[in-house]
Design a protein around this ligand. Structure first.
Ligand code: AMP
Length: 540
């Protein structure tokens, strides 16, 4: 017997309609590309998104069209997040930190028909434009700031918008229609597209809303440093309007000082981003001698948050929530929000739990399997590759049958490529990306474990542990470190590691560098480091 409930589709546009009606007094504060702060309520955002939807229809865009954005976090980008799926289009967020070759590949692979770009990116897009002969361009600015540009088929965002009224009803759609597209940064091979549906986006907004109740509620202001072009800004773009939280958008101003000032001026409660961003903010806080006044929660994800980073914030009275996920998962998989008995534990025990990647969110199932595909127990000790399943996880990659087949196992689970343990209470610990693990003399070494330990040494500001080929042991670990002091002591760092690790886990060498190479999503690029130091002569 089937249930007798209305078969109404879950639509992205319904989030905005709800915010317009219920939270007209909340909205978006943006540090703009043009300069200055812009404020817009969710009511105004609803009106402008409907005007933009009509403008896109007038440009000949419509159902099934992939429409790219190349933009920072700001109010116009948010309007497009709703206007594009609102006309049946697919909002394809392009990552401006990718190489030109990758951008060309992705844009052509997605078959984008139009591209909305921030002023910042006009020179870059002018260079790429010959590769996209049919493209229409919209510069996300007003007439006064419209640049002289050689781009063909180019329009000004505010002019397009001003030519339309807001008399537009979001059309019904199939909830399984595509609504968003985001390519993984792909450290090997070509980037692959995660194609989100209306249904997955709405469900993801709901699961983020219920999991992040400290920040996701009326009266709270949250700042996503994580970009709208990286996996839906981890769900902030949808969960904030859904729950009535106000978004404070940093635009292109992402350095520690700018983030600190914006947080202080706008009374930001929570901020989300990758560890490298938070190392910068902690530096700034140290320099100024104080955190931004209202700052009470930081969500750290994208790569492992070291216990020293977590402790740095906790000592300031800022609650740290360690998040794990993937572009392919919309992206949230697990969160380290402690509650119940876990929140009552002594600080030291809490720090241990917060250093794990937290517990799964509703709707995401976990299994860990060994190399033969056999399930491993969730006993906190057995390791294996983590597989996930749920309605916010891809069932394959856009237009890529080969990668799709490789990604999904016989039981229909998605293989994350992460190696993990899960304890009996459900706390997930990612020990490594499978390809970043170091195999020395037949034993696995977790690069994350060694990095966390190294970061606890006062001479180390940031670091990565990588494998270097070794004739006897296959691979040996090497610590590549950005020093925190003028004269770092490699011997003292290694002695500190030796005191805390098994002998064979201690890196053979410390290489000091001025900075670590980052991927397009702000993570340390171990691939680049491995290539750079492939021939490094080990001293041991
Ligand atoms: P992306 O799709 O760019 O978000 O990258 C997803 C990958 O980032 C995951 O498969 C993990 O390898 C890594 N990652 C994300 N969050 C964390 C975390 N909290 N700890 C460790 N690794 C993480």
């Amino acid at each position: 017997m089937r249930g007798m409930m209305m078969d109404r589709p879950l639509r992205v546009a319904d989030i905005l309609t709800y915010a317009e009606e219920m939270y007209a007094f909340e909205g978006i504060v943006s540090n703009t590309v043009e300069g200055g702060i812009h404020r817009e309520s969710y009511a105004e955002m609803g009106t402008r998104a409907r005007q933009m939807a009509k403008a896109m229809l007038a440009l000949g865009l419509g159902h099934g069209d992939r429409i790219a954005t190349l933009a920072w976090n700001g109010y116009r980008h948010m309007e497009l997040y709703y206007a594009i799926p609102g006309i049946g289009g697919i909002c394809h967020t392009l990552n401006p930190r990718l190489s030109a070759e990758q951008m060309i590949y992705i844009t052509n692979h997605a078959e984008d028909r139009a591209m909305f770009l921030d002023l910042t990116f006009a020179p870059l897009v002018e260079k790429l434009a010959p590769q996209f002969p049919q493209m229409q361009y919209v510069v996300m600015t007003d007439a006064a700031n419209m640049p002289q540009t050689a781009l063909p088929n180019v329009h000004c965002y505010e002019d397009l918008l001003a030519a339309q009224d807001a008399d537009y009803d979001w059309p019904d759609c199939d909830e399984n229609d595509a609504a968003g597209l985001c390519y993984t940064s792909g450290t090997t091979g070509n980037p692959k597209g995660a194609l989100y549906s209306h249904r997955s986006q709405v469900l993801h907004a709901l699961l983020v809303g219920v999991s992040m109740q400290n920040a996701m509620r009326v009266g709270k202001r949250m700042l996503p440093v994580v970009p709208l072009f990286h996996a839906n800004s981890w769900g902030a773009a949808h969960a904030a309007p859904l729950t009535g939280a106000t978004l404070v958008m940093p635009g292109p101003h992402l350095d520690g000082a700018s983030v600190w000032e914006l947080m202080q001026a706008e009374d930001v409660f929570a901020a989300w981003g990758v560890p490298t961003v938070w190392l910068g903010l902690l530096e700034e806080i140290k320099k100024r001698g104080a955190k931004p006044d209202g700052f009470a929660e930081v969500v750290v994800g994208g790569s492992a948050a070291a216990p020293s980073l977590i402790q740095g914030f906790e000592e300031l009275g800022v609650n740290v929530c360690h998040a794990w996920g993937m572009t392919e998962m919309s992206p949230i998989g697990s969160l380290g929000q402690l509650s119940g008995p876990h929140a009552a534990l002594p600080a030291e025990e809490q720090l241990k739990l917060k250093s794990t990647q937290g517990r799964r969110v509703f709707g995401v199932d976990f299994k860990i399997v060994d190399e033969n595909g056999a399930r491993q127990p969730h006993d906190g000790a057995s390791t294996g590759e983590l597989y996930v399943r749920g309605p916010t996880i891809i069932s394959g990659y856009h237009n890529n049958a080969q990668a799709s087949a490789a990604a999904i196992d016989a039981e229909g689970w998605f293989g994350t490529g992460d190696v993990a343990t899960i304890d009996p209470e459900g706390f997930l610990t990612i020990t490594d990306r499978a390809k970043d693990l170091i195999k020395s003399g037949g034993e696995w070494i977790s690069s994350i474990d060694v990095e966390n330990m190294a970061l606890a040494h006062p001479d180390v500001a940031n670091c990565a542990v990588i494998a270097v080929p070794h004739p006897k042991w296959d691979e040996r670990p090497v610590l590549v470190a950005v020093p925190a002091v003028a004269a770092p002591d490699a011997g003292a760092i290694l002695a500190h590691l030796a005191a805390n690790l098994a002998k064979w886990q201690v890196p053979d060498d410390v290489i000091f560098v001025d900075e670590l190479p980052l991927t397009a999503t702000g993570k340390v690029s171990k691939l680049t480091l491995r290539e750079r130091f492939r021939d490094h002569a080990l001293s041991g």
